[in-house]
Design a protein around this ligand. Structure first.
Ligand SMILES: C[S@@+](CC[C@H](N)C(=O)[O-])C[C@H]1O[C@@H](n2cnc3c(N)ncnc32)[C@H](O)[C@@H]1O
Length: 254
């Protein structure tokens, strides 16, 4: 049976750790956009939703956040995360489904919520709403929500680093909200292969869920490669200049 939720990561946590974290996809694409749109987190409390092996959790902690709470549904990913950051006292990890997790267990309210590849795992509009609304109840007024997602307007692509296809081979224009997409990734010097499934939602469904949870200033920023990345790995990231396959979604809590 096709798995579309986060538990599929229990089986690929090692590939993800060694492949994805070392890829140009990270340092040439996601990281510079994440840094640019996150803003200053020094002294702030951050909830890092779908933290996986803690790549961004550690980045946030090293950027001076007072406390970072990483939450992920995959026990295996959290175990990998805990092995990586013995030196960072300002991180705590929790296994849980963001849509149902009791955020009152975390003492502090958040100043910032990050959700790097979480919302595209929602298998229904109700789940999409809960993935935003549940943690947002514990976000301060004026607090920021910073998500990264597959670009909703470029759902099917074939680049050197990644290939995404609709699971039933339907063309892009026939995709319906909630349809399942499968991505195959090739990473790192040892050409690690990883595949996973997620759901396609149009921009208006994400925006509707954010407004319902009390957010305003909803802005989309396509993820583009840096000049350094283009100079260093050329063709691997060049297609992303005109056809970015990832996007940042930002919003502010009223
Ligand atoms: C593509 S990985 C991204 C991990 C991390 N944010 C990163 O960029 O390295 C997606 C993560 O979302 C987690 N996930 C999916 N659905 C979730 C849910 N409902 N609650 C918590 N975590 C979830 C998975 O377990 C997986 O670790």
């Amino acid at each position: 049976m096709k798995k579309t939720n986060g538990t599929q990561y229990d089986h690929i946590s090692t590939q993800y750790l060694h492949g994805v974290n070392e890829s140009p996809d990270r340092w040439g694409l996601k990281d510079p956009s994440f840094d640019e749109h996150l803003g200053n987190v020094a002294g702030k409390v951050v909830f890092d939703l779908a933290c996986g092996n803690g790549y961004y959790t550690r980045k946030l902690a090293r950027a001076g956040a007072r406390k970072v709470h990483g939450i992920d549904i995959s026990k295996q990913m959290i175990e990998e995360a805990k092995k990586q950051d013995a030196d960072l006292p300002n991180i705590s990890y929790n296994v849980g489904d963001v849509a149902k997790f009791d955020f009152n267990k975390l003492k502090e309210q958040a100043d910032v919520i990050t959700a790097i590849f979480l919302l595209n795992y929602a298998d229904s509009k109700d789940t999409l709403a809960e993935l935003i609304e549940n943690p947002a109840r514990k976000l301060k007024s004026g607090g920021k929500f910073v998500a990264m997602l597959p670009h909703p307007e470029l759902p099917i692509f074939d680049y050197p680093l990644q290939k995404t296809q609709e699971i039933n081979g339907k063309p892009e224009e026939e995709l319906k909200p909630g349809d399942v997409l499968r991505t195959h990734m090739t990473y790192g010097t040892d050409k690690t292969q990883t595949s996973f499934n997620f759901h396609w939602w149009p921009k208006e469904d994400y925006e509707h869920a954010l407004r319902k949870a009390g957010f305003t200033n909803i802005i989309w920023h396509p993820v583009k490669p840096t000049k350094e990345a283009i100079a260093k790995v050329g063709k691997m990231v060049e297609p992303e200049i005109n056809n970015p396959h990832m996007i940042i979604l930002k919003a502010t809590k009223i």
